[in-house]
Design a protein around this ligand. Structure first.
Ligand code: FAD
Length: 303
């Protein structure tokens, strides 16, 4: 059996593996189950010259109760970040705030969080989810940014619409955008599926944003080719350090991260925490089949 077939077979088997085993593999990506775990990790990152963004794990809430719980956790996180003087913002998925079953309620919830973040001098980034909610997510961001300047959005380079979305956002006024490849599997008619096309779209969007006057651009990737291209562009365009930052996920590409920090680039690490670590871990593992090999290693290790 080829390595790739083997990985696919293993991915299929993952739901049947013990949670304790999945935890052993995935704990590098997750700060822990509690807010104090995340704050401790952010403190360490701040000490190593990285900023951070805290993500309360969860998506696709299906009840008001779940939404209330998520809002409470985020409010506590924003206050604790301030209390502990951490250099850290928060990242929020609108589906966690009920986007899929109550748009009005979701708008109220995100408004409360952005208000709290503004009161505490903090920044809130709305993560981008799958293409079924791109339009409504952008619409909610647009409404918020009329009132707040501490809110940002995400654009995915795999989507064909992104160039147009960026053009419109830039035309409408100041905008703070994270660009990433996009984690969701999307149909071919609306998304690039070829790796080189996605990379090329990423580079074009980065140029469009930096050239078009975006207030700040988060360059969210661990892809060495994209990082090198971005470094080049930043240097050639003479982009100030307060207009861009590299962004990486906790536990991924540590060597590249340290290199960028040593060169003096601003770098933010995405720090997820929460009881719902299992679903997040399964997604990360599916995303990068290479790590699946670690599961096999862990099956036979004692640590
Ligand atoms: C800070 C941040 C925020 C993000 N926010 C969003 C969002 O809001 N919406 C969205 O759709 N997507 C989001 N993503 C995910 C993103 O879209 C990609 O799916 C993910 O970053 C992998 O793409 P890559 O650019 O790193 O390139 P890839 O080609 O996937 O990865 C490059 C290299 O990085 C390493 N690597 C990448 N991912 C992992 C991993 N999980 N574990 C271990 N090694 C890995 C591997 O060595 C790989 O070869 C975010 C990513 C980051 C870093």
């Amino acid at each position: 059996m080829s390595a790739s077939l083997f990985h696919h077979a293993l991915i299929g088997a993952m739901p049947y593996l013990p949670r304790s085993l999945i935890w052993r593999v995935s704990r590098r990506y997750i700060a822990g189950t509690h807010l104090h775990d995340a704050c401790r990790r952010v403190q360490e990152l701040n000490e190593s010259k990285c900023t951070a963004t805290i993500d309360v794990l969860g998506e696709d809430s299906t009840s008001e109760e779940q939404v209330r719980a998520a809002v409470e956790t985020y409010l506590t996180a924003i206050r604790d970040i301030d209390t502990h003087s951490l250099d850290c913002g928060v990242s929020v998925k609108l589906s966690e705030l009920g986007l899929r079953f109550d748009v009005a309620g979701c708008k109220e919830a995100i408004h409360a969080l952005v208000t709290c973040a503004a009161d505490h001098g903090s920044f809130l980034r709305i993560d981008m989810e799958d293409s079924s909610v791109t339009t409504v997510t952008l619409e909610i961001y647009r409404e918020l940014r009329q009132q707040f300047d501490n809110v940002g959005i995400v654009i995915q380079s795999c989507l064909r619409r992104s160039e147009q979305d960026v053009a419109e956002l830039l035309h409408e006024g100041p905008t703070n955008v994270r660009i990433c490849k996009g984690i969701y599997v999307e149909p071919k008619d609306i998304a690039f599926t070829d790796a080189d096309e996605i990379r090329s779209s990423f580079n074009n969007l980065l140029e469009q944003l930096l050239d078009g006057g975006a207030t700040r651009v988060g360059i969210a990737t661990h892809d060495p080719a994209l990082v090198a291209y971005a470094e080049d562009m930043i240097e050639k365009m003479g982009v100030d350090k307060d207009r861009y930052e590299f962004q990486m996920l906790l536990g991924v590409a540590g060597t590249l991260r340290r290199k960028l920090v040593a060169k003096g680039h601003p770098l933010r690490v995405y720090v997820p925490f929460g009881e719902l670590w299992y679903a997040y871990s399964m997604r990360r593992l599916r995303e990068n089949p290479n790590i699946v090999g670690h599961i096999v290693g862990n099956l036979f290790s004692r640590s």
